[in-house]
Design a protein around this ligand. Sequence first.
Ligand SMILES: Nc1ncnc2c1ncn2[C@@H]1O[C@H](COP(=O)(O)OP(=O)(O)OP(=O)(O)O)[C@@H](O)[C@H]1O
Length: 210
Amino acid sequence: MVDEALRLKGIYLAFDNGSPLFEDFNLKVLKGEHVVINGPSGSGKTTLLKLCLGFIVPDEGQIFIDGIPLNEKTVWTLRLKIGYCPQEPILGDGTVEDFLKRPFSYKANKKNTYSKEEVIELLSLLGLDQNVLKRHVSALSGGEKQRICIVSALLLRRDIYFFDEPTSALDLESKKKVLKLFSRLSEKTIIYVSHDPEVLDSAQRVISLP
Ligand SMILES: Nc1ncnc2c1ncn2[C@@H]1O[C@H](COP(=O)(O)OP(=O)(O)OP(=O)(O)O)[C@@H](O)[C@H]1O
């Protein structure tokens, strides 16, 4: 069994308009590790997550998820191991419950079952009342959207989670709730971007991009 959830090996990436963002970049994350990616604005934190998701292909180097090389043949299967919340989640149309149920209608998720009890428990752990389920997604605040996106990702029971600034729109109390929930997910590998000193303080490991 591979104990590595993620490995980036000799990554080189330069966008057309600039100097290389990554040059011989290497990273290994073990299964069950919770890692925070930190670094100045423009240092490539979001790009790093997008590389790991296969949204951006490096110019050189290889990425392994669960020991399997990420490439055009494996990307769809590997994405089923991954949950992702972007910095500003787009929740589509309809109510929050429509949004949370939607992935369960996809063939790729046919092994998963929507559980309202689990939804209510997760909402409560993140400080959201279950009445939020009836609200239209367009009426949610940025911080509510972030937490709903986290609930949606966790419902799909993936092995590896990438969260891009999951607490950036949250007040202190909600932020603490998110961090407490992450700390309970000790079997999951969690990689998240944050600038927040409090998040960095509570991190198991911080990767700082220059
Ligand atoms: N698709 C792209 N094409 C060209 N340049 C890009 C692309 N995506 C990102 N960049 C550039 O790469 C650099 C890193 O962007 P990225 O969003 O990864 O930074 P970041 O560290 O997440 O920043 P922030 O903290 O401000 O969110 C930036 O200069 C950005 O303009």
